[in-house]
Design a protein around this ligand. Structure first.
Ligand code: FEO
Length: 165
């Protein structure tokens, strides 16, 4: 049986996972209409994963004698500046979710709820993976940025050489 504090924080997490799914769907849709097919696919898959996370919380709360609540969601942003802006926002969001999962661990410890603490460890590890994956994408984007600058630099050098002839 869950204590009220543990139940409350797990129910709050249902909302956060549902919002994550909705946020990533919005990003998928933005990427799709802006011609970034690969990025759109990445976000559609990510949205589905977040939906599964939400279901895991929902099932766990109900199995452990609590009552899952299906939340009303805020509308996620519709427009984004560019791909880098999107992934920067994803990284910030995932860090926020990691903090939120850590807070659940904290409440489990306070309440001496070792079974929920054991169960939530899957999410602790999942967050490490998610942050790592998004950080990897941002690193790639930064490399592309540097590469473009490198090409620009070569380009302007050859323009100078041509002009000198
Ligand atoms: Fe379900 Fe990306 O955290």
């Amino acid at each position: 049986m869950l204590s009220q504090n543990v139940e409350n924080i797990l129910v709050a997490q249902i909302e956060k996972e549902a919002y994550s799914s909705s946020l990533y769907l919005s990003m998928a849709s933005w990427a799709e209409v802006n011609g970034f097919e690969g990025t759109a696919q990445w976000f559609y898959a990510q949205a589905e994963e977040e939906h599964q996370h939400m279901l895991k919380f929902l099932a766990f709360v109900n199995e452990r004698g609590g009552k899952a609540i299906i939340p009303a969601l805020n509308q996620p942003p519709v427009d984004y500046k560019d791909i880098r802006d999107i992934f920067t926002q994803v990284f910030e969001h995932e860090k926020y979710i990691s903090q939120s999962i850590n807070n659940i661990v904290g409440v489990c410890m306070e309440e001496k709820d070792f079974s929920t603490n054991n169960w939530i460890q899957w999410f602790v590890n999942e967050q490490i993976e998610e942050e790592k994956s998004v950080r990897g994408i941002i690193d790639k984007l930064n490399l592309i940025g540097a590469h473009s600058l490198y090409l620009f630099d070569k380009d302007i050098m050859s323009m100078r050489a041509t002009a000198a002839k």
